[in-house]
Design a binder for this molecule. Structure first.
Ligand SMILES: O=C(O)CCC(=O)C(=O)O
Length: 286
């Protein structure tokens, strides 16, 4: 499997993120962009707004409830919408790097499609993933992340204020004052808007502060997101259904939580004995 180059390793260890240019071809960008338009017309799970349930960062956005569906899409659990979404789970030019960064004892934790339409109502927001926990837990420099994200751009954000992913490089290692009276936002000190072309992919750990900025452009910004975590942490947004299992290779099934045996208490605590063979797609040892 492919490894990070020395330069990528240094950037990962210093700034905590990587941009992989041209991870998707222009045909794939067009295809997945149309797929997003298709799936937003059919039922699926979106974070619930305006109700008394945990909704994470959307709860912090007073304006969120006023965005209508044409201005906003955050569809979770993409895999049932087609095998092509399953195939992105371990797409080699990205997944190989994820394994090099995290090690082989991992699982897919979430898949997501986001559309951020141009609107003056949306000021952007900044957060860590993993809810409230991962802004308090920062693993040491030499340690793989607990969880990380691959974010694929399906539209250009090659200039600022196009709904760009905005990150705080290094914030996965250093505390930032998240309890300040003025909440951390995409325009706080230390922020960096990622300039990307459609087809690029950004890798970064859940513990890094990040989020979208304003979209002052004329067009919606579209992204696909695949999250990975250490196996003991487990999936948080989906259950593997039998029709999806039929679409999957053995490695994809393992990444979706199929350990190769029926669940029993204690499963996921230790990885299955063939985990490395399955994830690294090696021949069995015997
Ligand atoms: O939309 C973005 O730029 C980032 C989205 C994201 O990472 C999130 O909401 O967790």
């Amino acid at each position: 499997m492919q490894k990070l180059s020395a330069e990528q390793r240094e950037q990962w260890e210093t700034d905590g993120y990587l941009i992989i240019r041209g991870a998707l071809s222009s045909d794939e960008v067009a295809f997945f962009s149309e797929e997003i338009d298709r799936i937003r017309t059919v039922p699926g799970y979106e974070p619930i707004r305006g109700e008394n349930v945990p909704i994470g960062h959307y709860g912090w956005l007073p304006h969120a409830a006023s965005l209508d569906n044409s201005e906003f899409m955050d569809r979770r659990d993409l895999l049932p919408y087609g095998k092509h979404f399953v195939d992105l789970v371990d797409r080699p030019n990205i997944f190989d790097l994820v394994v090099d960064i995290m090690g082989p004892y991992i699982t897919l934790s979430m898949s997501q499609a986001i559309v951020r339409a141009p609107t003056s109502k949306f000021p952007g927001y900044t957060h860590t993933d993993g809810g409230e926990a991962l802004r308090r837990i920062r693993v040491s420099d030499s340690c793989p992340p607990l969880a990380m994200k691959a974010l694929y751009f399906l539209t250009d954000t090659s200039e600022p204020e196009m709904g760009n992913l905005t990150i705080f490089p290094g914030s996965h290692k250093r505390q930032i004052p998240y309890d300040a009276t003025e909440p951390v936002n995409p325009y706080s000190d230390g922020s960096k808007q990622i300039l990307a072309q459609a087809g690029d992919c950004v890798l970064f750990p859940h513990a890094m502060w990040h989020g979208p900025c304003r979209n002052d452009s004329d067009s919606p910004r579209k992204t696909l997101l695949y999250n990975y975590c250490q196996l003991f942490m487990r999936q948080y947004d989906f259950q593997v259904t039998s029709n999806i299992a039929e679409w999957c290779t053995p490695r994809q099934r393992r990444l979706l939580g199929d350990l190769g045996y029926d669940f029993r208490p204690g499963s996921y605590f230790y990885v299955p004995v063939d985990q490395e063979e399955v994830i690294l797609e090696q021949e069995p040892a015997n």
